[in-house]
Design a protein around this ligand. Structure first.
Ligand code: NI
Length: 195
């Protein structure tokens, strides 16, 4: 089932999400619905707060990025099979130089901005069987993980922009929260007003 994606301005996107255990109700179905919702919106990742649930869960399928010919060999290898469910992830360390990439977010349609992030991230997470893993990602794979992880901390990529950039996109963000935008997937707008 395709779920409506929560738009910028909804308080659920600002909460620190809660850990879950294997008894979380209908978890399999939720994960399946989140994947469908992500694919329908042509996203490479979606976090539970974006469908209105403040729990520590996100799904990523960044394999479409592996087609990009400008990528380094290391990026391509990591992204090719980067299709995963992350439950209760916890970042252990972030390392390396910060690098810039133009990011977007399904909760903030039509906004793309350059964001700086560290090159490598090491973290723990539970898989769907609640088996704990430790993993390190670099480059674009790390970035997709870092973006989704931020959602569980109540952080959006627009928070990381300069104050000048924030001022420039302020109006656009207001339009998104009131639903005054064209978007080709289902959304839920926190401050919806009829036009
Ligand atoms: Ni996002």
């Amino acid at each position: 089932m395709i779920l409506p994606i929560v738009a910028y301005g909804d308080p659920v996107l600002r909460k620190v999400a809660k850990e879950i255990d294997a008894d979380y109700p209908d978890l399999k179905e939720l994960i399946s619905n989140m994947k469908q919702t992500m694919y329908h919106a042509s996203g490479v990742g979606i976090a539970a707060p974006q469908i209105g649930k403040s729990i520590r869960l996100f799904v990523i399928d960044a394999s479409p990025f592996a087609q990009d010919e400008d990528l380094s060999e290391s990026d391509r290898i990591q992204l090719k099979h980067f299709n995963k469910v992350f439950i209760n992830p916890k970042v252990i360390k972030e390392e390396g130089n910060e690098w810039v990439f133009s990011e977007g977010c399904l909760s903030i349609p039509d906004v793309r901005e350059d964001v700086f992030r560290k090159a490598s991230v090491t973290f723990e997470y539970d898989d769907e069987g609640f088996v704990r893993h430790t993993e390190t990602l670099t480059g674009l794979a790390a970035r997709v993980f870092q973006h989704e992880y931020d959602h569980l901390e109540g952080i959006l990529f627009t928070d990381k922009l300069s104050s000048l950039k924030k001022r420039i996109i302020k109006k656009k963000l207001e339009k998104i929260s009131t639903g005054k935008i064209q978007v080709n997937y289902r959304m839920r707008f926190p401050n919806f007003k009829k036009r």
